[in-house]
Design a protein around this ligand. Structure first.
Ligand code: SAM
Ligand code: SF4
Length: 349
């Protein structure tokens, strides 16, 4: 089995059959070898640096109904909030003072934030902080909106493909389109954004073939960033009683992503940290190189509840920043507070 890991390291991909076989026969020794090679690749590409992004969760309203997510429109028990543009700018100010040079603006799909409102907000952030990067994670919009927001100064866009299995995607998103989501990702890349795709691990009904398909899709899309996290149930969703994805399975997929796309920025996700107190450090050790401390105001943190027991819902932004910095140092890495563009974007590949 180790030979397959060596082959992957040498070639940057495996055939789908080989990957399915590897995932189906992942014993402890193979896993250790995979983690070792993934860590080597990450060091070759990015050294020991961990990039910090300040996450601002600005609206918990969502018009979509993804079966797994606590923000889904059908969750009547969810407490909703919206931050005003002024409040969002205030979060950026606090973040900038703390040293952040990337702001990730994330929300449910909330049309209250019109194209014009978002464009003005982005221009305002950029004029106050011209050396900071803006990452959007606001879901599916018209091509014209994506274009205008890019022209207004947005640099990056995160939109996970969620799963590369058409069957699974359609069952989890009955009113959304598998093809449209992929089309959005293509459009964002064509416009010039640095793009993040990604998926959840351990979704109910997900098979190793589906996970192999995720890697194949990422290889062909070639995004700048890859978000991989475990599925974690939320009580007030149709999947409330389902089992969470496992820590080990998620780490395996993070390590594979590093070997498939050596130049990608890969976050150690909050969901991994919510599953296990050491989850994010473990992800850094198997190929991840980004963390996203929360900059949202403390009074909204608990309301942005995607899944049960999400961490850091009670901490001040400064606390989050310093706690993570200490943990990253203790795990043997060094924090980089710069913009941290992907190697693909800065043209070193
Ligand atoms: N609404 C935008 C979208 O869906 O692209 C951005 C925000 S959405 C909350 C960000 C990500 O949260 C999703 O892409 C999904 O992968 C993740 N997520 C939602 N519910 C989750 C759950 N129950 N467990 C783990 N991750 C979840
Ligand atoms: Fe809305 Fe995103 Fe949650 Fe889906 S994953 S319900 S689009 S916030």
């Amino acid at each position: 089995m180790k030979q397959l890991v060596h082959k992957l390291y040498a070639r940057g991909e495996l055939s789908k059959d080989e990957l399915v076989y590897l995932l189906g026969h992942m014993d402890i020794e193979t896993r250790k070898e995979l983690y070792r090679f993934a860590r080597m690749r990450r060091e070759q590409a990015y050294g020991d640096k961990v990039y910090m992004r300040g996450l601002i969760e600005f609206s918990s309203y969502c018009r979509q109904n993804c079966l797994y997510c606590g923000l889904r429109a059908g969750n009547r028990a969810a407490e909703r909030y919206r931050l005003s543009p002024r409040e969002i700018l205030e979060c950026c100010r606090e973040g900038y003072e703390l040293g952040f040079r990337t702001f990730v603006l994330q929300s449910g799909e909330d049309p209250w934030y019109t194209t014009d409102l978002l464009a003005t907000l982005i221009r305002d952030i950029k004029s106050e902080f011209p050396d900071a990067a803006i990452t959007l994670s606001i879901g599916e919009r018209e091509e014209g909106t994506y274009r205008l927001l890019f022209e207004s100064g947005a640099d990056r866009f995160l939109m996970r493909h969620e799963t590369a299995s058409r069957r699974l995607y359609q069952s989890l998103h009955p009113s959304m389109s598998f093809d449209h989501r992929r089309q959005c990702l293509e459009t964002l890349l064509a416009i010039g954004y640095q793009v993040g795709a990604g998926f959840m691990v351990g979704l109910p009904g997900q098979t190793v073939e589906d996970l192999a398909e995720d890697m194949k899709y990422l290889k062909s899309l070639n995004p700048d960033m890859i978000g991989i996290g475990p599925f974690i149930p939320h009580d007030h969703t149709p999947l409330g009683d389902a089992k969470a994805g496992s820590l080990e399975d998620t780490l395996v997929m993070v390590a594979l992503a590093r070997l498939y796309l050596p130049h990608a920025l890969i976050p150690a996700t909050t969901a991994l940290g919510s599953l296990n107190p050491e989850g994010r450090e473990m992800a850094l050790k198997v190929g991840a190189n980004v963390v996203m401390p929360n900059l949202s105001p403390i009074f909204v943190r608990k309301k942005y509840a995607l899944y049960n027991n999400k961490i850091c819902t009670g901490d001040e932004s400064a606390q989050c920043r310093h706690c993570l910095e200490l943990r990253i140092g203790a795990a043997g890495f060094s924090v980089d507070m710069g913009r941290g563009d992907s190697l693909k974007a800065v043209g070193t590949r």
